[in-house]
Write a protein that binds this ligand. Structure first.
Ligand SMILES: [Fe+2]
Ligand SMILES: [Fe+2]
Length: 135
């Protein structure tokens, strides 16, 4: 597999995580009673939507096709369970964008991926803080 093909594969895995978050976040926002938690998820959800588009654009720019073969995720009931799931999603997508940034050759692609990484690190920090307030 060429470097570019590998990069497209990593970015398609990242898109799956973005779609997973986009699938769960609206229902979690609707379920949550705590307005601070709901607001944090709503803000992250807007970012994930933009990330899914940016990542798809990057895949097209590399000559690939966005696939997003994502699995439906099970419903969750407690805020702790929801936050843990999103923290795990952030951890996975951070690892994927880090690998993609290392593989990307064009500086503008590296910049885009670093910006996505910074967003995900912010989400992870926010969700971790909110979870620690509940535990
Ligand atoms: Fe994202
Ligand atoms: Fe995120």
């Amino acid at each position: 597999m060429s470097d570019v093909e590998e990069l497209v594969t990593i970015l398609n895995q990242a898109i799956e995580v973005e779609y997973g978050a986009l699938f769960l976040m609206p229902q979690h926002i609707a379920q949550l009673q705590d307005p601070e938690l709901a607001a944090a998820l709503r803000e992250a959800c807007r970012d994930e939507l933009e990330h899914a588009e940016t990542t798809a654009r990057l895949i097209y720019a590399l000559g690939g096709i966005p696939k997003g073969d994502f699995k439906l995720l099970r419903p969750m009931s407690t805020p702790q369970e929801m936050l843990r799931a999103h923290i795990e999603g952030e951890r996975r997508v951070i690892e994927l964008y880090r690998r993609a940034a290392a593989k990307a050759r064009r500086p503008e692609h590296k910049d885009i991926l670093r910006r996505l990484l910074a967003d995900e690190a912010n989400h992870q920090a926010t969700f971790t803080r909110l979870l620690s307030q509940l535990e």
